[in-house]
Design a protein around this ligand. Structure first.
Ligand code: 26V
Length: 842
């Protein structure tokens, strides 16, 4: 691919005067470094370099500046002996690195200028990047936002995780069905990586435990593992925004401890010769989809132990080096481990094992230290999402850890027995070990028992955790439970994704808001300023045009930017209720074909879907097929298709979100109340000026409180109402019978109206049948309220000026949802860490 040349025009840097860059470099200096790098890395001159070579070279050049800052940060951390936050997460959805790094370093405008000068198309080079998709959804993206904030706030932190060779699958549609293609993000290498083979760790599995007695009569245990693998770390640098501080995301890859078996190879046994390499490397081969219940269980537990053990050992290396007899009682002052959901919880028995078996501490002392170091974030309320490992599997893979878990549990239950006057039911509920339906290790219970603090991710979520999932723990240990409402980084989701809006905000209230989003409230002063409101409209229109060309060039999809852009992008889960949105669309279609509504009375609207379904989640895949079928029918219905379009954007990921969110008018957050722990998409939309239509679920509750009732479209049952209805016995069929519009919409689907082109009546039925027979997430009960609120939305959208004011109120009121605020809460309530560059607050 050759670089497209742009017309040379004069460079204007609108931000130069208003937003001081930290970087101390002139465009000419940067240009020289860049041109040298072109030749260094590709042995070519610029004129004959391809787009991907230019992309690569630009990244190499930018990397240099970040690497320098990292070196400085390391020196600072060492000299100050600062407390470290170790974030343990099996998932990170980092998104494209180049744009974010250009922003953080302040190099963006210099690069734009240099590229203009060299006739290189900046946008085209930027779009070369393949994002590392090392996560499923919200949980992984949250981890990435928190690292950005930790760096921006100059808090020493390491984010530990897994360098999956294949990240989240690439989604394509064939005949409307989701087809998963491997994500080959590493095919051309990755220019942002720093691999440190010298810091490898050996991780063991299997085997047995020997009980021994020392000469003093003390019993100790010795784990004789079956086999070991090598964990090799690769670092990604996370530069803070306009600060010298750079943290790392350290991702582990599995390698064999054995070299190639040359003997077998020479005999022609090529497969056998590399067997141990293949076996080891399988551990970090793929990211598991979040709903995997059966397949790959063993490998998944291996992944969890592999990365947490490597991370703990890495920390001991950093903190104690070769010290023979370090004072481990100060460990909780040196590090706080944050467990991102239950995936890294096996770190708890691993730390116990290290303290007891390696450093010879007694159990009580080891527990005292361990239980001061860990904190646990719970990200769900769905019981089926809480991890429980088969005892037999655990024992086989990690026999010493299983022993330690029994011991931890026994001491805990002894205490509880005393405290509850031997209340068996209560103890059975709180035990780490479940007996039925199979003997299992409940990771959430282990995490809760071991952690100093346990947090939910939105106010409602924390309250529900305390009153349901972890009720007994909360009753006995109320001081353990805290809430930290999620947040998102304004750097990626405003500055990078929505530069037009960011420029307008900076022009209006100065640049301070990027690090202090409370300042966004100053925008409320412009609520009656027509010229500002017009500019805000123009920003939305510009973003819609940008989205239009993203859809056109990326997917050959046609989008009319003059329409109400109604967006539902998130993982496909029944509890999120994509089917409710679908029923709304089918209702409009039905009204149109039956003549119930005239074409001119339909508000021009484009509904955008984006959603991946876990490969093993068949019901979710049926819903995807149905969305695609409905979209095909609507988009090809003459007349209607001038007013209503449905676009299902394949492969929704961070890259796509940066185009979709800024172009949206309406943000769909319509989960059944009490099921969505928080949501973070909801915050991204509101901060980019979309209005929310939502239930009182997760962080929607807090968004509504902040933006005000008038600026939020609330509908549906509350959590207590949902609770009451299920106690009473929910009968979806009654809603179908008693609501003619709902009935005819469901009937239309069931009779195959949308089985466009292909014979997919069965798919349509599968969705309808489930709604009529089960409807676990009460779609039918909330249907009428949803249709009603959509009518109100259409009325409100017709009043352009008032809609723009609501947009402004959303942007101005949602500064609270910056991940900087969330991270500061973690610091105050949980980690007690301190910044190392004291200028962090300015
Ligand atoms: C896992 C599973 C596995 C079994 C089948 C059902 C199911 C449903 C959901 C999950 C994911 C649980 C963890 C998770 O990703 N939680 C998300 O975390 C976000 C960040 O805190 C939060 O905004 C989302 O509301 C929450 O769903």
């Amino acid at each position: 691919m050759k670089v497209e040349m742009t017309n040379s025009k004069e460079i204007v840097n609108p931000k130069q005067d208003i937003e001081p860059d930290l970087i101390d470099i002139t465009p000419d200096e940067f240009k020289k470094t860049f041109l040298d790098e072109v030749t260094d890395t590709s042995a070519r001159l610029l004129g004959s370099a391809d787009c991907d070579e230019i992309y690569y070279t630009l990244c190499r050049t930018v990397r240099k500046y970040i690497a320098k800052r990292r070196a400085k940060t390391v020196r600072e951390i060492k000299s100050k002996n600062s407390k470290l936050v170790a974030y343990l997460s099996a998932e990170y959805l980092l998104g494209p690195q180049l744009t974010n790094n250009l922003l953080s370093t302040g190099l963006e405008y210099i690069v734009r200028q240099v590229f203009e000068d060299l006739d290189i198309n900046y946008e085209k080079i930027i779009s070369e990047e393949v994002e590392p998709g090392l996560g499923n959804g919200g949980l992984g993206r949250l981890a990435a936002c928190y690292i950005d904030s930790l760096s921006t706030l100059s808090i020493p932190a390491i984010a530990y995780g897994i360098r999956y060779e294949y990240g989240i699958f690439k989604q394509i549609f064939e005949n409307g069905y989701q087809v998963e293609k491997p994500d080959t993000w590493l095919r051309n290498g990755n220019v942002w990586e720093f691999t440190h083979p010298q810091h490898d760790q050996i991780i063991s599995f299997g085997g047995r435990v020997l009980e021994k007695k020392s000469t003093t009569g003390k019993t100790y245990y010795s784990w004789i593992p079956d086999y070991s693998v090598r964990a090799v770390p690769t670092d990604y640098l996370s530069p803070g925004y306009r600060t010298e501080h750079v943290n790392i995301i350290r991702l582990w890859s599995a390698r064999s401890t054995n070299e190639l078996d040359l003997g077998s190879f020479n005999k022609g046994f090529f497969h056998e010769a590399s067997e141990s390499q293949v076996k080891a490397e399988n551990i970090t081969k793929v990211l598991y989809p979040e709903d995997t219940t059966e397949q790959g269980k063993e490998l998944r537990l291996k992944q969890q132990y592999f990365f947490t053990s490597a991370s703990l050992k890495d920390l001991f290396r950093r903190l104690y080096g070769d010290e023979v007899d370090p004072d481990l009682s100060t460990l909780p002052e040196k590090v706080s481990f944050q467990l991102n959901d239950t995936h890294p919880v096996v770190a708890v028995p691993e730390l116990m094992r290290i303290l007891i078996d390696v450093y010879d501490l007694d159990f009580d002392k080891a527990w005292e230290i361990t239980s001061q170091c860990f904190n646990y974030t719970c990200h769900t309320l769905l019981p089926e999402a809480l991890e429980v490992w088969d005892v037999e599997l655990f024992e086989r893979l990690l026999p010493r850890h299983m022993q330690l878990i029994y011991q931890i549990n026994k001491r805990f239950l002894n205490k509880m027995s005393e405290a509850t006057n031997h209340n068996i039911l209560l103890m059975a509920d709180m035990s780490v070990i479940q007996e039925a339906p199979f003997r299992g290790v409940r990771m959430a219970n282990l995490a809760t028992i071991a952690s100093k603090k346990v947090n939910g991710v939105a106010e409602l979520h924390t309250e529900l955790l305390k009153s349901s999932v972890l009720k007994n723990f909360a009753d006995f240990f109320p001081e353990k439970f805290v809430n930290v409402t999620n947040g998102i980084t304004p750097r990626r989701f405003m500055k990078v994704a929505n530069s037009s809006l960011s420029d307008l905000i900076t022009e209006t209230i100065g640049h301070g808001w990027v690090k202090d989003t409370k300042k966004l409230t100053e925008l409320k002063n412009y609520i009656d300023d027509s010229s500002f409101l017009e500019k805000l409209d123009q920003v939305k229109q510009d973003n819609k045009l940008r989205f239009k060309s993203f859809l056109h060039y990326g997917y050959q999809m046609t989008y009319n930017p003059e329409t109400l852009t109604d967006v539902m992008v998130k993982r496909l889960h029944e509890y999120k209720r994509q089917t409710l949105k679908l029923l709304h669309i089918v209702t409009i279609y039905n009204d149109y074909i039956t003549g119930n509504i005239k074409l001119e009375d339909i508000t021009p609207r484009t509904v955008i879907f984006g959603a991946k379904a876990a490969p093993g989640y068949s019901q979710a895949k049926e819903i995807i097929k149905l969305i695609n079928d409905v979209a095909a029918k609507i988009n090809s219905t003459p007349g209607l298709n001038e007013r209503l379009n449905v676009l299902f954007v394949p492969n929704y990921n961070v890259t796509a979100s940066e185009y979709i969110i800024p172009a949206s008018d309406l943000s769909e957050q319509i989960s059944l109340a009490g099921k969505e722990a928080s949501g973070t998409g909801n915050m991204k939309f509101a901060l980019n000026g979309a209005l929310t239509v939502g239930t009182l679920d997760g962080a929607n509750v807090e968004i509504r409180n902040l933006v005000g009732d008038d600026n939020f479209f609330l509908f549906g049952m509350t959590e207590p109402e949902v609770h009451k209805l299920s106690e009473k016995g929910y009968k979806p069929y009654d809603y179908y019978e008693s609501n003619p519009k709902l009935k005819s919409s469901l009937d239309l689907i069931a009779k195959g109206e949308f089985s466009y082109k292909t014979d997919t009546v069965f798919s349509s039925n599968a969705v309808v049948l489930d709604l009529l027979a089960n409807d676990r997430f009460m779609v039918l009960a909330d249907y009428q309220a949803y249709i009603d609120i959509q009518h109100r939305i259409e009325k409100e959208y017709a009043n352009k000026k008032s809609w723009t004011k609501k947009t402004l109120m959303n942007i101005a009121s949602c500064g609270f949802f910056s991940s900087d605020r969330a991270v500061k809460e973690y610091i105050d309530k949980i980690w007690q860490a301190a910044p190392i560059f004291p200028d962090w607050d300015t």
